[in-house]
Design a protein around this ligand. Structure first.
Ligand SMILES: [Zn+2]
Length: 488
């Protein structure tokens, strides 16, 4: 062996070698999902960044991957990597492609279908599913999935030119995987911890597939090239994830796989994210996108004030997509589909990464310069409210408040404690509790003169009141008793 020195937490240096070295390492892999790796006697899930050691400075070199599978198993390998001379050998054209290529190995059910582009090129779709279920239920599932891929193609008018002519769904639907979905250029990994029935296709399939246009090819410049050694901040995730979130729901509806009621329920969730959370009302989608490096799988143990300053760019961006779609329909007799087609033509198809000012230019050309500059100023670089009631009215829907005027103090988490009410999370800006000065770790002692020991005691008091009532609240802050008026 040659001496190996560790120069950083995840960087090793081999200084004395003759140009060829063989490295062996053991992979800790106990999380089969779309981000990490999971290796088990029953199946193998590999996401490349969580799996492969890589050679710094050799980013452009092609990489061969060879699997030595255990004998006696009816295993197959699913991946977007280029197939090699035998069924266990694959090639990535460079490091970025390897890192973008998840691998699923096991007793997989395979289904295939194809779709044709206007230029007559045929693209192959494969479902590689790890699930226990009969072939007929897998066939039914694939049939429904093909309705989604068909509807997505209809949005843009064509499929991307998938590398090697194929797009692969690497799916695990069984109780042993961890829930997650991750998009890639020519594939997606979707793991759902539940028993497979084949009766319904979860909407995450529509979401991840839409990404093969939006983010994989219609791509923010801030994500290019992806840096695997540090966090990659982007101001465009409200488009990349948010618009994809909106289309995930829309494709399910268009494919006939979700009801109108369920679809509108999801739209209500998006509107709530924009209109009824501090992250949506007080911060821009750009700011929320930039905070992504600290959320999702980027969390640390550090305390944060995120309930008061972060709203997911998925839902926030989805709410903007809904608003933009309704406004383009109402004011220009156009639609978000048409705008997405323009983004595809200008950025996606030629694979030219975008900046936000360039996206604004495309909107200016598609709608009008005045509309585009106002929309970006108010809702992209600003966080102005959106009149969803008026927009939905034009589409034949009525937006109503869910509340029936009952007493409410704010959504807050309480500690699991049966003897006293301890506030376990930060109170949310502009809610009654927040305005009364209640903060995390405070103990609520009494409401409206009634001693409270559990959250349900408070609910009983609130049930006797309605919105607008003023009641006394008594709470302990660092042991000091505080009494305040609280407006419900
Ligand atoms: Zn996504």
């Amino acid at each position: 062996p040659v001496p190996v020195s560790r120069t950083d937490g995840d960087v090793y240096e081999v200084s004395r070698h003759d140009g060829f070295i063989r490295v062996e390492y053991t992979l800790f892999a106990n999380h089969p999902d779309g981000t990490y790796a999971g290796i088990d006697p029953s199946s193998i899930h590999l996401n490349a960044p969580a799996t492969f050691l890589w050679l710094k400075g050799a980013d452009k070199a092609p990489i061969d991957v060879k699997f030595n599978l255990p004998s006696g198993k009816a295993w197959t390998i699913a991946t977007q990597l280029k197939a090699g001379a035998d069924s266990t050998l694959f090639t990535a054209r460079d490091l970025q492609y390897l890192m973008d290529s998840p691998i699923s190995i096991g007793e997989l059910h395979w289904e295939q279908w194809s779709q044709v582009n206007p230029d007559k090129k045929t693209y192959n779709f494969r479902l590689a599913l790890e699930a226990t279920g009969g072939d007929s239920s897998v066939k039914k599932f694939a049939k429904n999935l093909s309705r989604i891929t068909g509807q997505a193609q209809a949005v843009f008018g064509e499929l991307p030119a998938f590398d090697y002519g194929t797009y692969t769904f690497l799916a695990g639907i069984n109780p042993y995987v961890k829930g997650d979905g991750m998009e890639h250029r020519n594939s997606t990994v979707i793991n759902i911890p539940m028993q497979f029935t084949g009766n319904s296709v979860p909407s995450v399939f529509a979401h991840e597939f839409f990404h093969c246009w939006n983010v994989e090819r219609i791509r923010p410049k801030s994500l290019e090239p992806f840096n695997f050694e540090k966090s990659n901040m982007s101001e465009g995730l409200w488009i990349a994830e948010g618009f994809t979130q909106y289309y995930g729901a829309l494709l399910m509806k268009r494919a006939g796989l979700t009801s109108e009621g369920d679809f509108m329920q999801q739209m209500a969730g998006l509107i709530n994210a924009k209109e009824n959370t501090p992250g949506g009302t007080d911060y821009t989608p750009v700011e929320n996108s930039q905070r992504a490096v600290f959320v999702d799988a980027g969390v640390a143990v550090d305390q944060t004030n995120y309930p008061n300053m972060f709203t997911s760019y998925y839902t926030y961006g989805g709410a903007l997509a809904l608003a933009l779609d309704l406004r383009l329909r109402k004011e220009f007799n156009k639609s978000l589909d048409g705008f997405m087609q323009q983004l595809w033509k200008v950025f996606g198809k030629p694979e030219k990464a975008y900046t936000l000012p360039e996206v604004q230019q495309v909107l200016a050309a598609y709608a009008s310069p005045g509309f585009a500059s106002a929309f970006f100023k108010q809702h992209v670089y600003g966080h102005e409210p959106i009149d969803y009631k008026a927009l939905l009215q034009a589409a034949g829907y009525d937006l109503k408040k869910n509340s029936r005027g009952e007493g409410w103090m704010g959504n807050v988490r309480y500690a699991q404690d049966t003897t006293q009410v301890v506030v376990a999370g930060g109170t949310i800006r502009n809610t009654p509790l927040y305005k009364a000065g209640v903060d995390v770790d405070d103990v609520i002692v009494a409401l409206d003169g009634t001693t409270v020991r559990q959250p349900k005691d408070m609910s009983a008091v609130l049930a006797k009141h309605k919105a607008g009532d003023i009641i006394r609240i008594a709470y302990k802050h660092r042991g000091e008793l505080v009494e305040k008026d609280l407006t419900l």
